[in-house]
Design a protein around this ligand. Structure first.
Ligand SMILES: [Zn+2]
Length: 206
């Protein structure tokens, strides 16, 4: 797998393309905005988006969802606990960012611990509630796409609806810190990091 990262949208969200180069196919994670930019990269690399995986339902991770879905026909996955965030502007918080947006409902819901196959790649779903009720991390090979669960030397906000500080810490400790130190963490905002680095340096986990 090769990972392409694009910074998109109004607060700089990391949108990732997990690419299977042999098959010229990809999974798109968190289309947070700038649909044109995302589709341009896809065309440049001649890849087909086979699925869209959402780490959670906040608007800064989904603003380009409907455009990309329409252009690619790819199925959209989210947790059932975050599902209503797609269809309610108050829940996805877009109404607080000046432009209330509703999106079409997802096609599929994740199950904790399941392995999803798309674009010839396997992704393990880890339910990591705490930033939102239905937040997930997705593990493919040695990479964890972690949304807003954990950042380089920080953690996700827990003051928004559905957030819980004890729950987020528990998710990180039981689902992320139990992974090998050399696993790469690709967060929803900011630079990449590793499990080992966060184990030693993340001030919220000491
Ligand atoms: Zn978020």
């Amino acid at each position: 797998m090769k990972v392409l990262v694009l910074e998109v949208g109004y607060i700089g969200t990391n949108c990732y393309l997990a690419v299977n180069e042999e098959q010229k196919a990809a999974v798109l994670i968190d289309p947070g905005g700038d649909a044109d930019k995302i589709l341009e990269i896809v065309t440049q690399h001649s890849i087909k988006i086979e699925a869209i995986f959402l780490t959670h339902g906040h608007s800064d991770h989904i603003m380009a969802l409907d455009e990309i879905r329409q252009a690619t026909g790819a199925k959209v996955y989210i947790s059932e606990d975050d599902a209503e965030m797609l269809v309610k502007a108050n829940s996805n918080l877009s109404s607080y960012m000046g432009a209330g947006r509703q999106f079409k409902p997802a096609d599929e819901f994740y199950r904790d611990g399941q392995t999803l196959k798309a674009a010839g790649l396997s992704f393990k779903v880890l339910a990591t509630p705490g930033h939102t009720r239905g937040g997930v991390c997705l593990v493919c090979e040695d990479i964890v796409f972690c949304g807003d669960t954990i950042f380089s030397e920080s953690i996700g906000r827990t003051d928004l609806p559905g957030g819980s500080y004890p729950q987020l810490l528990d998710s990180i400790k039981t689902k992320i810190l139990t992974l090998p130190d050399d696993m790469k963490l690709l967060p929803g905002h900011g630079p990449a990091t590793t499990v080992g680095w966060e184990r030693r340096r993340n001030p919220f986990l000491q």
